[in-house]
Design a binder for this molecule. Structure first.
Ligand SMILES: NC(=O)c1ccc[n+]([C@@H]2O[C@H](COP(=O)([O-])OP(=O)(O)OC[C@H]3O[C@@H](n4cnc5c(N)ncnc54)[C@H](OP(=O)(O)O)[C@@H]3O)[C@@H](O)[C@H]2O)c1
Length: 295
């Protein structure tokens, strides 16, 4: 296998790079600008803006990929709400460009997507449930998925995931669990929504799942999340309990009191049966990941 990874400076991209190095797999890591991941050898890195067709063609024609794992995206949901054109360009048009290039090399294409494709009324979503995006970001991911779903070329997969967390190098954004650990340790007050339910995903598990999809040349949609559903409030309380820190500074609030630009689905969560069955995907529980994160 010869894998092109997009978004290699991001959290998931860094974890995929780490696993490829551990396995001695042939890969090229790409991201916009310089390599910000000191664990990724510069010999394995090429700058590639996923909105730049010329740069995509240069990378593909120098590397001849058999697999492409497309993690790059604008992932800040509220930012997307106020920057619709940029979101469309990076999350949708870039997917189109990369998919076209992948087809020319008859390679396998994998797109990272999100639980936000759903409206959050049902919860415990399977891969075949109907999408109904509530925000610009969510709609961009549905549009990107549809590029694949409506094409005659079927050698693709979509990996949908939920709140990805873990540690990385020089990340451009943090994640809820790192933020919660930091804030709890400082003893600061936190106001946390108690009416949004998610299955947080350990980035290393997600990376493992993505590579398994590629290795097995799986096609179609796969749910890859953590195993357990929490309200965001309960998630932070769990972390406080793990750290043996009092929960008195954690205040529960409802989403309606927040003035967030993008609307969020109230209850997502995935049915993981297909990924467990077809990929042997077996994600760690929150406590196990905290053991690893805080050891
Ligand atoms: N994080 C989550 O909670 C979550 C949940 C559901 C789905 N997902 C999906 O999972 C995937 C990976 O997420 P993540 O957590 O690894 O996100 P991330 O840490 O934000 O990484 C995304 C990476 O994409 C890069 N990027 C942005 N625009 C680019 C461009 N034009 N060309 C090349 N690279 C570009 C970013 O570069 P800079 O670092 O330079 O900004 C960043 O490194 C994304 O597709 C996301 O939509 C994530």
């Amino acid at each position: 296998m010869r894998i092109v990874i997009t978004g290699s400076n991001g959290l998931l991209g860094q974890k995929i790079v780490k696993l490829c190095l551990e396995r001695n797999w042939d890969f090229i890591a790409t991201s916009k600008g310089v390599n910000r991941n000191p664990d990724c050898p510069n010999g394995n890195y090429l700058a590639m803006d996923v909105t730049n067709k010329l740069e995509i063609n240069q990378v593909f024609s120098s590397f001849y990929p058999t697999h492409v794992i497309h993690t790059a995206a604008i992932t800040n949901v509220d930012y997307c709400e106020d920057h619709q054109d940029e979101c469309q360009e990076v999350n949708v048009r870039a997917t189109q460009l990369l998919f076209q290039a992948t087809k020319q090399f008859e390679a396998h294409f994998q797109l990272l997507s999100t639980d936000f494709v759903f409206d959050g009324e049902k919860g415990n979503y399977t891969e075949t449930d109907l999408v109904n995006p509530l925000s610009v970001y969510a709609k961009s991911k549905v549009d990107a998925e549809n590029i694949l779903l409506h094409d005659e070329y079927t050698n693709w997969s979509v990996a949908r995931t939920i709140i990805v967390y873990g540690e990385g190098n020089n990340l451009s954004r943090s994640n809820i669990i790192l933020w919660a650990i930091d804030t709890l340790k400082k003893g600061n007050e936190m106001t946390i929504v108690n009416d949004q339910y998610r299955m947080p995903t350990w980035a290393d598990d997600l990376a493992w799942g993505c590579l398994e999809i590629a290795k097995r040349d799986k096609t179609g949609i796969f749910n890859l999340s953590g195993p357990t559903l929490y309200s965001i409030y309960d998630l932070v309380v769990e972390i406080a309990n793990y750290l043996a820190i009092s929960t008195e500074n954690i205040k529960a609030i409802s989403s309606s009191t927040l003035s967030q630009a993008a609307k969020r689905p109230p209850r997502t969560g995935f049915d993981l049966s297909k990924s467990r069955r077809e990929l042997d995907y077996n994600p760690l529980e929150l406590k196990e990941t905290l053991d690893l994160l805080l050891k």
